[in-house]
Design a protein around this ligand. Structure first.
Ligand code: VG1
Ligand code: CO
Length: 541
């Protein structure tokens, strides 16, 4: 096929955020928009000639169209082979696993994660490096810089490739290998967890619901939970991936995964519930009438890691993002292993995992994972919990409350104000940045220090600034303010609130009650209502 060089002009704003470039489908569908970004990626990652690329996405609207374009551009740019998940499907953690297993020159993942999909909704793209993780900031900055000066892209003129039949075909001299997106991933999970114990637990009556939210984990969960582990048919809900996620918001939290929350409520509810997001990297964990915060989930899994065969020899360290609660740090201290605190976004865990400084990682935003891949991994967390439940034979609630009794409880909540005016949001952050708070008394709390979190990567020395305003009190309580880097409309303010409660008689108190005074302080301090017009957050987790 003929290679065409198409002249183009730069689009402004092709700057990857917390996890890749996310925009409305309408933006991506403009002529040259996707092409410019993809060419900028190929121009920024070194010599691609003769290399292999992994390609796939969460199945949302525009996924197949984008894949056809990227295949033709990969061929024109000299790649020898592209491995595509059948149907264009590949969860984010499965993409990471496949990049690592086949030692490819990285991969391109098409997803806007938990953001809604459809012609009027969101699309996204990101490049993952050969280690399997999201490109670090140096690379995303180079890609962005390239998009600002790009003058041409290369593409072959050829017919679309069949993505639905397994096997290898040729595209302009390049090999396109359509592979089973589930098999390698399922095999990896089987190598980490005690499938025999989990199978026995299901056989003796453990009941579970997994909500795939009509997103990418449907086929993965059905294969692993129902086929390989013998959970009854119907354990997986909403298991067929749809281009618009059934008009849903594929975000596994208490607001958007309401079907699951309802299913886990009341007498006769299953023992265990879990959900994952659009691209399969997030997880929410529920017991009967019990919600496990992602921060607690990481702490509990770390404390119980040796029950899972893949982690029988213990953990090298635990890493968490800065706004994540300090519950995992307490486990690390007890285990005598390092606890790391990184900026928000999985890309910051990569160097720690590569260097063998951490084994488990997590974020308060429903992200949990380990060194088995370089992305957070929703089903991994679900299987880790199943493994722990199968061995300990206790309820989710009993395991978590026993954990709090042993370690104390880091009472935690996040309040999101979505879709606020971008200028107002910037103004609010600027206002907080300048506040002289050290030593000031706010209600019952005295400010120990406040800053804008900056991080120096302990492995490669790279520095990331302005990663969130921290107000830390003398008793260790914290309020953190950040603006989201994944949204596509206006701005989203995230307020993270945390207080340590050592007293077990107070562990049952609802976090919104236990944190009420800090929540009020946060609102006052940031002047949220005056600056955004909002009296209440849109989402509380
Ligand atoms: C959010 C979360 C962050 C997560 C990121 C990508 O980013 O807070 O912890 O890593 O989403 O997750 P932000 O900048 O909107 O707060 V995913 O599942 O969208 O790839
Ligand atoms: Co995601």
């Amino acid at each position: 096929a003929a290679v065409k060089t198409v002249s183009t002009t730069p689009f402004s704003g092709q700057k990857p955020g917390t996890s890749g470039l996310r925009k409305k489908v309408k933006v991506f569908a403009q002529p040259h928009y996707l092409e410019n970004f993809v060419q900028a990626v190929f121009d920024s990652i070194g010599d691609v000639a003769g290399k292999t690329l992994v390609l796939g996405g969460d199945g949302r609207y525009h996924n197949r169209t984008a894949i056809q374009t990227i295949l033709k551009m990969a061929a024109a740019n000299g790649f020898a082979r592209v491995m595509v998940g059948r149907g264009g499907i590949l969860s984010t953690p499965a993409a990471s696993a496949v990049i690592r297993k086949y030692k490819t020159f990285g991969g391109i993942i098409l997803s806007a994660s938990h953001n809604p999909g459809g012609p009027l909704e969101d699309f996204g793209i990101k490049y993952n490096i050969p280690a399997g993780g999201p490109a670090p900031e140096a690379i995303t900055e180079a890609i962005h810089a390239r998009t600002e000066v790009i003058g041409a892209y290369r593409i072959v003129e050829a017919a679309d490739v069949d993505l639905d039949t397994l096997g290898t075909r040729s595209l302009g001299g390049m090999e396109v290998q359509v592979f089973d997106p589930v098999a390698d991933y399922a095999e990896l999970m089987e190598s980490l967890f005690d499938f025999a114990a989990i199978r026995a637990a299901f056989a003796s009556g453990l009941r579970m619901k997994f909500d795939a939210m009509h997103a990418v984990t449907g086929p993965y969960a059905t294969e692993i939970l129902e086929r390989r582990l013998g959970a009854p048919a119907g354990t997986v809900m909403n298991g067929v991936p749809l281009e618009d996620f059934g008009h849903g918001h594929p975000d596994p939290n208490l607001v958007h995964a309401h079907d699951l929350v309802e299913a886990l409520t009341g007498e006769g509810a299953p023992d265990f519930g879990a959900a994952s997001d659009g691209d399969g990297d997030r997880n929410m964990i529920l017991g009967r009438d019990f919600y496990v915060t992602p921060s607690d989930s990481l702490a509990v899994l770390a404390a119980n890691a040796t029950l899972c065969p893949g982690y029988r020899n213990g953990l090298k360290g635990i890493a968490r993002s800065m706004p994540t609660s300090a519950a995992p740090d307490r486990v690390a201290a007890k285990l005598g292993i390092p606890a790391w605190e990184t900026p928000t976004g999985w890309k910051f865990f990569g160097t720690l995992l590569d260097a063998g400084l951490a084994t488990f990682c997590g974020e308060e935003s429903f992200g949990t994972g380990s060194d088995h891949v370089r992305e957070k991994d929703g089903l991994w967390a679900v299987l880790a919990w199943l493994n722990v439940l199968a061995v300990r034979k206790q309820s989710v609630a009993d395991i978590v409350t026993a954990h709090w009794t042993e370690y104390g409880r880091n009472v935690y909540s996040r309040h999101d104000y979505e879709g606020i005016d971008a200028a107002a949001a910037e103004g609010l952050m600027e206002h907080l940045r300048g506040l002289p708070l050290k030593g000031r008394k706010l209600g019952a709390y005295t400010v120990a220090f406040n800053d804008d979190f900056a991080y120096t990567d302990p492995v490669d020395g790279s520095v990331s600034k302005k990663q969130g305003i921290r107000v830390v009190f003398e008793d260790g309580s914290r309020i953190v303010f950040r603006l989201s880097g994944t949204g596509t409309e206006g701005a989203t303010l995230r307020v993270y609130i945390e207080r340590f409660e050592p007293d077990p008689t107070r562990h049952h108190i609802d976090p919104q009650t236990a944190l009420a005074d800090l929540i009020a302080i946060a609102r006052d301090l940031a002047e949220i209502e005056a600056r955004t017009g909002r009296q209440e957050p849109t989402v509380i987790t």
